[in-house]
Design a protein around this ligand. Sequence first.
Ligand code: SF4
Ligand code: SF4
Length: 174
Amino acid sequence: MENRIDSSDALTARKYFSNIWSAIRTTAKGMAITIGYVIKEKEVTVQYPEEREILPSNTRARLYNDVENCTACSQCANICPVNCIYIASKRMPKDAPAKKADNGMPIRMELTQYTIDTALCCYCGLCTTVCPTECITHTKNFEYSKYQLNDMKYDFLSTEMRSLRTAVLAEREE
Ligand code: SF4
Ligand code: SF4
């Protein structure tokens, strides 16, 4: 059987130079688009961690409960869709001095445990919306990863978490 080349596929001198021109033209077109982005478009990335973006005020990052203002009402735990808030409390002794939250709400229960397992938290923010004293809020801090999942449980009655209070309250004022 005879192998014939279709005359339309044959590489003529005209086709040869046309291919070279097409390669130059399309490469130049692509480079023009790239250079346009380099010159005109503003940067969309930052050199983290040396540079940090200013996060919006409604950022939903790490949760913080200011336990001094917590009434132990459990509304946050009840609404949490993943059940990651663990609360325990007991009645205040009868002779204990009356205690009120900053918004005037009486605190009748003594909080004995307030833990959030942030490895389970989906950062929906529902707990912050139902809190009657607004003591639980999201902060802008997103840099608290750990190597072990168990270390993501935070006890807000601990000295470590209480030591963050001043900084968190200052951030709330911003
Ligand atoms: S942000 Fe959502 S998931 Fe996280 S503790 Fe609050 S209610 Fe639960
Ligand atoms: S809803 Fe607010 S006051 Fe009530 S237990 Fe939760 S954090 Fe405390």
